[in-house]
Design a protein around this ligand. Structure first.
Ligand code: DCB
Length: 355
């Protein structure tokens, strides 16, 4: 054989084996909220982490996808059964995230009644056979240690109440941030304590831990691991208009280092939650997350008129679901097609050409 032909053949074979290896590992992923009349929780059951993969009860890797609420103290009215069911049946969501802001004005610490929005969410998801992320939305307080006392009580109660349900996933600190907040001195000691509290009541449901700098420094846990990291995953958050190839490289490196990742929050916009919908950048991320079997929830369900909100400004004020095209923002229309498996990079590029 000529050298050039050989080189071509070798490259082709390598490419083929790469594709088939990705396909075979994640072949059973169907991305359906309901399949053959069965909900996703009926099919996948008790989740577990194997290596860096989120897996179903039989050890098959699965990728969950769905929507996050906005802050429950602002747009918590959408955390109801009608909307969550609509998201399952029309949007093909397998998961819902209930974002309980902890600090700040109106957050849980100053407004404990907000817990009802979380329990409403969990109960709707149990009835619907969906998974649910119980998100302790650390943000304005920067350091998860600040309200640890409240987190201990909250997660003790949630895990006592729902620990026997396979639906529940605990997200114990959304986005630690601030220069002084580090993995080793703040997040890790917080996480070890909260995990211990949860594990007394719930031996196995998945627990997700935030990472430094608004959940972007996903390499941190690998050099200083948790003492109780079984069935624990770590989160990376991204906003497609702000976080690009370098952020994906961090995630790939974290996976190589053995860190399981769950993207509990991401947006199509800039990190502010606004500034336009970055369709192409989003679809790059979608390809990447699918290839690495990383589950996700998108930010967010609201009608305030910000670009990362899926509803058009002031649409569905009664929070009933049953949305028509006119009720959705640009972001909402785009996201719905992604979740319904109607859009990927290839078809998007074709559409751009035909425009
Ligand atoms: C995260 C937060 C989330 C925040 C979104 C968008 O923050 F987890 O709570 O949501 O990303 O910024 C926004 C809402 C706004 C609301 C605001 C108030 O969309 O409607 O007014 O919260 O809290 C991030 C994420 C990344 C970065 C910074 C923030 N970053 N942040 O990379 O710099 O500063 O909130």
């Amino acid at each position: 054989m000529k050298k050039s032909v050989m080189l071509f053949a070798a490259t082709f074979a390598a490419a083929l084996s790469f594709v088939s290896c990705v396909n075979s590992k994640y072949a059973n992923d169907t991305h359906l909220a309901i399949e053959d009349g069965k909900t996703v929780v009926e099919r996948y059951g008790q989740l577990q982490v194997i290596g860096t993969d989120l897996c179903d009860q039989n050890g098959n890797p699965v990728q969950l996808r769905g929507m996050s609420s906005h802050g429950l103290h602002w747009y918590g009215k959408y955390a109801n059964k009608d909307v969550i069911t609509w998201l399952r049946d029309d949007w093909n969501c397998q998961i819902w995230r209930a974002a309980l802001y902890t600090g700040g004005q109106g957050g849980y610490v100053s407004n404990p009644a907000l817990k009802e929005r979380v329990t409403d969410s969990v109960e709707a998801c149990i009835e619907n056979g969906m998974y649910v992320l119980v998100d302790w939305h650390v943000l304005e307080e920067h350091d998860p240690l600040l309200y640890k006392k409240y987190a201990v009580e909250f997660f003790d109660e949630m895990s006592k109440k729902y620990g026997d349900k396979p639906n529940v996933i605990y997200e114990i600190c959304n986005e630690p941030n601030g220069e002084k907040v580090t993995w080793s001195d703040n997040i890790k000691p917080y996480a070890e304590e909260i995990i211990e509290v949860i594990r007394k009541n719930d031996p196995d449901n998945i627990i997700i831990v935030g990472t430094p700098v608004w959940s972007s420094q996903v390499m941190a846990p690998s050099s200083d691991p948790l003492k109780n990291g079984k069935n624990v995953m770590y989160t990376c958050h991204f906003y497609a208009g702000s976080h690009k190839a370098e952020a994906r490289k961090n995630v790939a490196n974290a996976l190589k280092a053995g860190t399981p990742i769950f993207v509990t929050e991401w947006g199509t916009t800039q990190a502010s939650g606004d500034g336009g919908v970055y369709e192409k950048e989003t679809l790059k991320w979608m390809e990447f997350l699918k290839a690495h079997n990383i589950s996700w929830a998108n930010w967010s369900v609201n009608n305030k008129g910000e670009d990362s909100g899926i509803l058009a400004f002031n649409a569905d004020r009664e929070a009933k679901g049953n949305w028509k095209d006119k009720d959705l923002s640009k972001d909402g229309k785009f996201l719905r097609r992604i979740l319904r498996n109607e859009l990927d990079m290839k078809s998007w590029k074709q559409e751009q050409k035909n425009k």
